[in-house]
Design a protein around this ligand. Structure first.
Ligand SMILES: *[C@@H]1O[C@H](CO)[C@@H](O)[C@H](O)[C@H]1NC(C)=O
Ligand SMILES: *[C@@H]1O[C@H](CO)[C@@H](O)[C@H](O)[C@H]1NC(C)=O
Length: 441
């Protein structure tokens, strides 16, 4: 009797599993949708994320996003710049992290080599004791990703109960999904030694047209010429262009759409995300002092957390994100690109509504043409709209199918399925599902 019940339970669960066919991803886990302030972090596990070299604002946003620690692979004895954006030295970054309430650790001495077994040991020591969630960062995420995956691989080898597991094979597949080429002989030897598996002669290489796309490490490689990002910052732009893009696409709506105000919001220090730009029944316009005071993350912060001459402990606008006194002002982003003479295409796609075949139809040819002409960076607020459309454009251009598109968007942290973004699922199906296309004829 008992055996029979168990058998039925087994059948039921087996059936449930086959019905909602889980998409298999090559990343270590099913990444989650990023937040507006931290879209540029790369999730490796649910509590270990990767970054490149951080600005002071990045460090504060990491704290505001709920992280507990930052582990820096390198020691930086000098400040530096990305484009025109200031990157603090380690001595300058440490007190910023401390004031923001973060643990801050540095792994290597200035002259130490990073791609060694010894570095993996040191990273293991750090990751075993710092509070999580943690951001591990290097110059551009490349070294930090490698040593973090090796840390997971060593845990996998030494502890049969360890999750999530990283083996030699899944390591190389994760690298490809994240767009990194970890196939130097030195790295392949480390992978073989840490995993205890055979030396892999020719592992798969990432499908990216710009090998060093991670000069602008915040971007996410989609496929070949397609890359996505969230809101880019004004002073990063010279660096973004130098990373090799031929064109940039902005998908966030302009100041008005069909005559109706349609400004989205910018991120603000010590202010929660997601409050409506123009206010609603519950709260006033987002950037008025009254609303800002009510939506502070930590009311007890010092004013100096914002800047040395701030009169309040919250930020009121963010010009770096092309913000004005109301919210995001895409017109100023468009003007900026005109002034510097670099092609920016505006393909607005408002939030909070279903997308239709016409929405994609409107941009399809330009998306694919730009993807043919060279590396293109498609951006919006967190890279979601950009990802949904860039994945489909890449699939059409490179003759990929529905499964590929669903897997790829999942690896970027988003989902397109009958239950999540079902509107986009219908658009994908229309263009990619060969079987359904035939049945239409
Ligand atoms: C791998 O894990 C073992 C057991 O936890 C530890 O003793 C060793 O130092 C680790 N090796 C590396 C290279 O991190
Ligand atoms: C990238 O190319 C490899 C072959 O080198 C292939 O196995 C893999 O599926 C491709 N990845 C994507 C996301 O298409």
């Amino acid at each position: 009797m008992v055996a029979k019940v168990y058998f039925l339970l087994f059948l039921a669960s087996h059936l449930a599993m086959t019905l909602c066919t889980e998409i298999q991803v090559d990343t270590v886990n099913h990444r989650s949708k990023p937040s507006k302030k931290l879209w540029w972090l790369k999730e490796v596990t649910s509590d270990i994320y990767i970054g490149g070299r951080l600005t002071s604002r990045d460090i504060k946003y990491i704290s505001e996003g709920g992280f507990k620690s930052i582990v820096s692979l390198y020691f930086y004895d000098e400040p530096s710049k990305f484009g025109d954006e200031e990157l603090p030295s380690s001595a300058e970054a440490a007190p910023v992290a401390e004031e923001a309430g973060l643990q801050y650790e540095i792994i290597l001495e200035p002259t130490e080599e990073w791609s060694t077994i010894d570095t993996v040991k040191k990273v293991t020591d750090a990751l075993d004791h710092v509070a999580r969630p943690v951001v591990v960062h290097s110059d551009n995420g490349y070294g930090a990703t490698f040593v973090t995956l090796m840390y997971l691989a060593n845990k996998t080898r030494n502890d049969p109960n360890f999750e999530p597991k990283v083996t030699s094979d899944s390591f190389y597949r994760t690298a490809v999904a994240m767009g990194y080429d970890f196939t130097s002989n030195q790295m392949k030897r480390i992978v073989a030694e840490i995993t205890g598996e055979r030396f892999v002669e020719s592992p798969p290489k990432p499908n990216v047209s710009v090998k060093e796309w991670y000069k602008y490490w915040q971007a996410a490689p989609v496929y070949k010429n397609y890359f996505t990002a969230g809101q880019i910052r004004k002073s990063q732009i010279p660096g973004i262009i130098r990373a090799g893009y031929k064109a940039i696409i902005q998908m966030r709506p302009g100041v008005t759409t069909d005559g109706v105000p349609s400004q989205e919001s910018v991120t603000l220090l010590n202010v929660v995300d997601g409050t409506p730009t123009y206010g609603d029944g519950k709260s006033g316009p987002r950037q008025t002092p009254e609303t800002l005071r009510k939506t502070r993350i930590d009311p007890n912060r010092e004013n100096s957390y914002i800047s040395s001459n701030a009169e309040e402990n919250f930020e009121v606008t963010n010009e770096e994100e092309f913000g004005d006194e109301i919210g995001l002002n895409v017109d100023t982003e468009i003007e900026h690109f005109k002034r510097i003479g670099f092609p920016l295409y505006h393909m607005p796609l408002g939030l909070g509504r279903d997308y239709t075949l016409e929405d994609f139809q409107k941009y399809k040819d330009d998306l694919i043409r730009l993807g043919r002409e060279g590396p293109v960076l498609v951006h919006c607020a967190i890279g979601m709209r950009a990802g949904l459309f860039a994945v489909l454009a890449a699939a059409l251009q490179h003759d990929k199918d529905m499964q590929w598109a669903q897997k790829r968007i999942r690896e970027l942290g988003f989902e397109v399925s009958p239950s999540v973004h079902s509107d986009v699922y219908e658009i994908y199906k229309h263009w990619l599902d060969k079987a359904s296309k035939h049945s239409e004829l």
